[in-house]
Design a protein around this ligand. Structure first.
Ligand code: F6R
Length: 240
């Protein structure tokens, strides 16, 4: 992977936003792979300027994951987050931006429908990724198969703890999620993994330089031919 260390999160965000804007100018039907959580927010922030005057009416988006059993109207459902942080501020067509369906009524088929929709769109052109402190990408927790497809997973105690900050109490964090599999993610044409802060240093080093192992799901990026890793000094601090 190409590793780029940026002085600030804002500059990292601008770099990725410019790359995305270039892609959309070249291909108005660009398919953008979206992540949630804190890490991609500087990208979405910078995209407001980078996409100024760019026609985004045909752009498609696919989020990585969603909580299972959380009301889609809950402000922390990833459907709500993507609508608030991406679709509305960037003026994307809401009908062209999908988030895995975490509703209990449809969960049995939600994974295969989602993978089929990605294929139907021609695949993801650029996938934004964050990394969990336990090494997950998407919500593929340690032990996930590198061949996995979009499916239901159980969140680790570590991830529920890390994400408790978004909820009123830790008990409110859902137990389960539906996430693109590692195999699904690896099919995107360009992976852009972002990590900021000292808390990500160990997971980032393990993913980028450690052995390729299901114990560190992020290490799956080493199997992909086109990966860009963009980090700040703190997150880079354990790289060789
Ligand atoms: C979010 C996702 C997760 C996060 C990871 C880091 O869609 O798939 O892998 O990227 O949990 O979260 P933050 O960015 O909040 O530190």
């Amino acid at each position: 992977a190409e590793v780029i260390i940026m002085p600030t999160r804002a500059e990292a965000g601008a770099l990725v936003a410019d790359e995305i804007a270039r892609g959309i100018r070249a291909n108005p039907e660009f398919v953008l792979g979206l992540a949630t959580g804190s890490t991609p927010l500087p990208v979405y922030e910078a995209l407001r300027a980078s996409l100024d005057g760019v026609d985004v009416s045909q752009v498609r988006g696919f989020a990585l994951d969603e909580y299972v059993g959380l009301d889609p109207a809950h402000p922390e459902s990833y459907r709500s987050v993507i609508t608030r942080e991406v679709v509305e501020p960037l003026g994307l067509d809401p009908a062209r931006v999908r988030v895995p369906d975490g509703s209990l009524a449809r969960i049995a088929h939600a994974g295969e429908l989602y993978d089929a929709a990605i294929l139907d769109a021609g695949g993801v052109d650029l996938q934004i990724l964050g990394i969990g402190t336990d090494g997950h990408i998407g919500f593929n927790e340690p032990g996930s198969s590198f061949a996995s497809r979009t499916r239901v997973k159980t969140l680790t105690a570590q991830t529920r703890d890390d994400n408790a900050r978004f909820f009123a109490s830790p008990a409110e964090v859902p137990m389960h999620c539906i996430t693109q599999g590692l195999g699904t993610i690896l099919e995107a044409r360009h992976l852009v993994l972002l990590a900021f802060g000292a808390g990500k240093a160990a997971a980032l080093a393990a993913a980028v330089e450690g052995p390729v192992t299901a114990s560190v799901p992020g290490s799956a990026i080493q199997l992909h031919p086109h990966v860009t890793v963009i980090v700040d000094e703190e997150a880079a601090s354990e790289l060789d």
